[in-house]
Design a protein around this ligand. Structure first.
Ligand code: NAP
Length: 280
């Protein structure tokens, strides 16, 4: 089991990815994102998850520079947005993200959403970036099993990560098993269901028993199900709280109680239906 914020999972290409990181979706460019990322790094976080569409890559980059932590100790993820899918446009989008971040490489670059018919071409661009040593790992996001199966038919390089919505109301058991079989690390987005799970009575009861908060129980459950997690907060106290999950272990009985909460219920769109940015 991971023992600290520095604990990593080894991706199938040997790259070490932290089990825990900070998400910055909907965090405002400028002081809000700069202060959140700096607070996270100061408190031991080493992994930051952004995306071109979040429009805060410049602030993330500034925070990284001001953090004083050497670049090679950090793990930085960004994602190619839907409207940039396609071979040449993805290569261009990567350069734009790097420039905004002020970085020479990313640790992980993801296809943000599958869309319908461009992700194979987009994947070829990610493979090129990877083969040229421009990015340490490549992956996908919001891919169902059928998207992965389709991609794997032609891919030269298997995605190292699949980042999907994952929380006690959306447990993605088949997808998790598929990814584990293929050596693809699953990563949870909206692990707290954007705050909607924090009042759940089963979770609050479990939390009380361990003297932990509901958020900590959920994030600990991510780790015990072997899923990388990246909760978002702009508040330093919560940034600290969320990461304080390495000093307790949920019992088998409590893991089963949480398993019983699944409702296959999303807070975000179903990837099969999400076509924003793909329209001509
Ligand atoms: N690949 C994708 O398509 C995709 C989609 C969505 C998200 N993501 C990534 O996943 C990350 C996490 O997902 P998310 O931001 O959607 O949602 P989330 O992490 O599930 O929840 C964030 C919300 O919970 C609140 N919160 C955080 N910690 C808390 C705590 N300890 N107690 C009470 N409230 C707390 C935050 O408010 P405050 O900020 O006010 O604390 C915020 O409103 C994103 O930031 C992004 O990096 C990826």
């Amino acid at each position: 089991m991971p023992t600290s914020l520095k604990s990593t999972t080894r991706l199938h290409n040997g790259v070490e990815m932290p089990w825990f990181g900070l998400g910055v979706y909907k965090v405002k460019e400028g002081s809000e994102v700069i202060e959140s990322v700096k607070a996270a790094i100061k408190n031991g976080y080493r992994s930051i998850d952004t995306a071109a569409i979040y429009e805060n890559e410049e602030g993330v980059g500034q925070a990284i520079r001001e953090s004083g932590v050497p670049r090679e100790e950090l793990f930085i993820t960004s994602k190619v947005w839907n409207s940039d899918q396609g071979y040449e446009s993805t290569l261009q989008a990567y350069e734009t993200s790097l420039k905004k971040l002020g970085l020479e490489y990313l640790d992980l670059y993801l296809i943000h959403w599958p869309g319908k018919d461009k992700y194979k071409e987009t994947w070829k661009a990610l493979e090129k970036l990877y083969k040229e040593g421009r990015v340490r790992a490549i992956g996908v996001s919001n891919f169902h099993i059928h998207h992965l199966e389709e991609l794997l038919k032609e891919a030269e390089i298997k995605p190292m990560v699949n980042q999907v919505e994952y929380h006690p109301h959306l447990q993605q058991k088949e997808l998790l098993a598929f990814c584990q079989k293929e050596g693809i690390q699953l990563e949870a987005w909206s692990p707290l269901k954007q705050g909607q799970l924090l009042q759940d009575s089963t979770l609050t009861e479990i939390a009380e028993k361990y003297g932990k908060t509901t958020a900590q129980v959920i994030l600990r459950w991510d780790l015990q199900t072997k899923v990388v997690t990246i909760p978002k907060s702009i508040k330093e106290q919560r940034i600290i709280e969320n990461a304080d999950i390495f000093d307790f272990e949920l019992s088998q009985e409590d893991m089963e109680k949480i398993a019983g909460l699944n409702k296959d219920e999303r807070v975000g769109p179903n990837p099969d239906e999400f076509m924003v940015g793909f329209e001509e």
